[in-house]
Design a protein around this ligand. Sequence first.
Ligand code: DX5
Ligand code: ZN
Length: 222
Amino acid sequence: MSPSLILTPSILSANFSCLGEQIEALEQAGADWIHVDVMDGHFVPNLSFGPFILPVIKKHTCLPVDVHLMVSNPDVLIPAFIAGGANYITVHVETCSHLYRTLQSIRAGGCKAGAALNPATPVESLREVIHLLDLVLVLGNNPGFSGQGWFPEMAAKIGRVAQFLDQCNSSAIIQVDGGITAETLNDAWLAGARAFVSGSAIFGHPGGITNGIQFLRKQVVF
Ligand code: DX5
Ligand code: ZN
């Protein structure tokens, strides 16, 4: 398990009137990846942005872009996100009738492949595709909105994912998304998460983006 903490701010909580500046500020403040929440108003009760957002992001940063597809039919959108320069593409297990083929198509496009689990979806659902995964995303709450509370029982689920990956000799990264704040980050870290999505705790920090990122990083005692 990688010792280092990967911080992936979610631009869903950014100020879109100055998105470019905000993205540059994230990189200067030491973010590791940029998390992009794609929502279709169908799989989740919210709408966000499509592949057109990638060139906008790539104009302002060299950081890897991590695309979280919360859409009912990800296969339709994956080629455009690959073409747009995504580095990681994560699909929800609950939306893929052909998860094996979908993950293969992401990797064939030169991207890292991730699978996301809603709170009710068991870890076991990954068993047959574990060798196709570079990342497992554990939702910390019900997907669709930023600023929601963390479900404390998700720490134990992260622990089960870590155990499962160990048993399968998988080096996939465990990412946690939803409700990650200074109060909850360390529990997820101790359980085995190594990549942390955070929106409201970074963009909503009273001291600004830089303080938001530094404050989160301070929560883990290496
Ligand atoms: C919504 C998204 C999350 C969200 C995180 O489910 O997938 O990435 O933006 O926002 P916070 O950190 O505020 O919970
Ligand atoms: Zn997300």
